[in-house]
Design a protein around this ligand. Sequence first.
Ligand code: AR6
Length: 235
Amino acid sequence: KEKDTQCMETETIQINNKKAAEGGKRGDSVGGDISSNSLHTLAFPSISTADFQFNHEKASDIIVESIDEALNKFKNIRLVMVDLSSGSHILSLVKDKAVKKKLDPLRFFTFAGNITLINTEGNLGCTVIANATNWRLKPGGGGVNAAIFSAGGEALKLATKEQAGTISPGKSLVVPLPSTSPLFKREGITHVIHVLGPNMNPERPNYLKNDYVKGCKILCEAYSSLFESFASVVH
Ligand code: AR6
């Protein structure tokens, strides 16, 4: 099975290289015929591993473990981890570890591209996206948070404010997206789930001072909270 997955992966990348050479859409996905599947799909970025500087080896172990648990617990979901480039270190680590753990490639795969264009560019039929946010749930700050708030427009900002003013590390917040949001209109996204992960960057709030016992616990909580929230949205 492992060998099949690897073959499929190589084939998909080759097809995408050909597409890229022809000026086609960006992205590399692994997972077979996506459009014919009736599973509910969540696209999520890697929480805490860029601006928040969380160790990638430790994060990738936690991500794969959390996905495995969620796929066993919730049978109607499909999870897609997204990062901007196929050269992403965290994406490659997760991809390799997912194959080793024999996660079902139809229910979990990685995708290289912009999460705010997940359906128009990726054609993933995704209804919910996750955001790696800041504790004030505010737009800006760079990274995926800035991209999602900018793509979601004023409607996402207001809807988020209506739900809460702050969020604590390890928690998630579901925000139903008003139909006026460009993310709803263009991508068909119905909910954004904000997630706050552990922070290992001394220049950001709630800095954990390299305490990975606490950090790993909070990252586990963040992913379980995200997947639980997603399952409750699509229940
Ligand atoms: N599409 C997909 N993935 C993206 C995109 C995008 N448009 N933009 C970035 N990524 P980060 P954190 C990937 O730093 O480490 C913010 O400023 C990126 O390559 O956004 O949890 C918030 O306001 C990386 O793999 O989140 C917080 O203060 C992943 O998204 C703080 O950063 C997460 O990177 C949170 O830091």
